[in-house]
Design a protein around this ligand. Structure first.
Ligand code: GLN
Length: 472
């Protein structure tokens, strides 16, 4: 983003030209189903305004003229916001989510709304009503979810309840920042779990993630010799792919060789967190989805026997099985007789005092679509969120960084997390690591050239041509 921003400042490219380039890339890669809505007109209009500012030397900063995609569960004024659900198809919010406004205030161009699992529930981006990529199902790999469309878009806002931006980032060779709860407002995000949901950022490198997260540059790198990197031993689970484990330990060695103190620590409640997450998440889903009843802003079925039956049929008709399943479990946990035993206990489990931790982001590299859908959404989520959701429960900041290529030639991510509101420091640690690893940043040209092979071949082939990072 910084090079593009520099090119805009120097007049090597205009915001309109940049916007048109992105729109043409979106058209060429339509088969990826990254976008639900492409807001071409809005973006071109914003580009025109940005162009005027550049002409009058009144640029608003690094984001001025930069196209950004937004997951389709953030409210966007005048642009349909569907959450990839029949329930909200046709809903056009009258206002922008706060984070979207902030980006637009800085001159960013809203290029479109990205695909997701219905209501951001899932970990493969296979469960939205618009579906994942359709052609050649034998040939392609999942992007990860639920913000998989944002990952495919490569410079985007996603939302993170339990891992929805870090997981797809790890599968798609992107950096992802999950800010501390409260640092970046979730106002206008159609929420799953109020106390966990944050906007998550997916970009090609840490610097870009920092600009979107902090609306500011990262000044400098972490002084690694003063760092204590903690390796929680409970994350070494039997399901962890041995390759990923070896990248994890190489990363720890890298910090140690540069003077950091690296220690093994124990977070004894780790194995319970995924269960507590399930209770909190389903309860949040039940509460938040209760307002979608066919009366306002949502789909309404034709039944007019009674209000109750209209509610029931609307919800039966418009939510997919996954969402209905979560509502059902959530309402069970919220029953008066279960409230203390489940919901309150799950809330108490949130951990809060931690140092800089280093763990894998996810158990393995991306799996083929046909293999992924053999297992149901709930089971997949509990596998894929195993490392990610605890920091959402604790409100901590986390960053996933592309670290290595597996033997299959697929990206593997590692993740750092920290004390709440130490986002700036965390990002400088991530940036230091990124610099050491030297994993080549995705170049858009690379994808422009490769689009045709991506249509007929697998995504795997596109990744196989990647250069390996220097240190791994
Ligand atoms: N996979 C998780 C779930 O389905 C995460 C969802 C999210 O972060 N939005 O609960």
């Amino acid at each position: 983003m910084l090079e593009v921003s520099a090119a805009l400042k120097q007049g090597q490219i205009t915001p309109t030209e940049l916007c048109q380039k992105c729109l043409s890339l979106i058209k060429k890669t339509k088969f990826l189903h990254a976008y639900i809505t492409v807001s071409e007109e809005v973006a071109l209009k914003q580009a025109e305004e940005s162009e005027k500012r550049y002409k009058h030397e009144q640029s608003l900063g690094d984001l001025d003229g930069i196209p950004i995609a937004v997951k389709d569960n953030f409210s966007t004024s005048g642009i349909e916001t569907t959450c990839a659900s029949n329930m909200l198809k046709g809903y056009v919010p009258p206002y922008n989510a706060r984070v979207v406004s902030k980006l637009l205030d800085q001159g960013a161009l809203l290029i479109g709304k990205t695909n997701l699992d219905e209501f951001a529930i899932g970990s493969g981006r296979t469960d939205g009503v618009f579906g994942p990529r359709k052609q050649n199902p034998h040939n392609w790999l999942i992007t990860g979810g639920s913000s998989g469309g944002s990952a495919a878009a490569m410079s985007a806002l996603g939302s993170a309840t339990g891992g929805s931006t870090r997981n797809p980032a790890a599968h798609c060779r992107l950096a992802s920042s999950k800010p501390s709860y409260g640092l970046v407002s979730h106002h206008g995000l159609i929420l799953l779990v109020n106390l966990m949901d944050v906007p998550g950022i997916l970009t090609r490198c840490v610097d870009d993630a920092a600009i979107v997260t902090l609306l500011n540059h990262l000044f400098g790198l972490a002084d690694v010799s003063k760092l204590c990197i903690e390796i929680p031993k409970e994350y070494l689970v039997p399901e962890l792919l041995s390759e990923v484990q070896s990248f994890w330990s190489k990363a720890a060695d890298l910090f140690e060789s540069e003077g950091a103190k690296v220690i093994e620590v124990s977070i004894p409640h780790t194995s319970y967190s995924i269960v507590c997450y399930h209770v909190s998440c389903t309860s949040g889903v039940a509460l938040n989805m209760a307002r979608l009843d066919g009366l306002q802003c949502s789909h309404r079925c034709d039944t007019d026997v009674s209000t109750q039956s209209m509610y029931a049929s609307t919800r039966q008709e418009a939510f997919n099985d996954v969402v209905r399943g979560r509502i059902l479990s959530g309402n069970f946990f919220l029953l008066k007789e279960n409230w203390e035993n489940y919901f309150i206990k799950a809330q108490k489990s949130a951990t809060s005092h931690l140092d800089v931790f280093l763990t894998p982001t996810i158990l393995s590299e991306a799996v083929p679509y046909l293999e992924f859908i053999k297992v149901d959404n709930r089971t997949r989520s509990s596998q894929n969120d195993i490392f990610t959701q605890a920091v959402n429960m604790a409100g901590l900041p986390a960053v996933s960084i592309p670290a290595a290529l597996s033997n299959q030639g697929l990206p593997v991510g590692l993740r750092f997390f920290e004390h709440a509101f130490c986002d700036q420091q965390l990002l400088t640690v991530a940036k230091w690591f990124e610099k050491q690893v030297q994993f080549p940043v995705i170049q858009l040209q690379e994808f422009m050239d490769d689009c045709s092979s991506m249509i007929t071949h697998s995504t795997k082939l596109a990744f196989n041509t990647l250069k390996r990072p220097k240190k791994f």
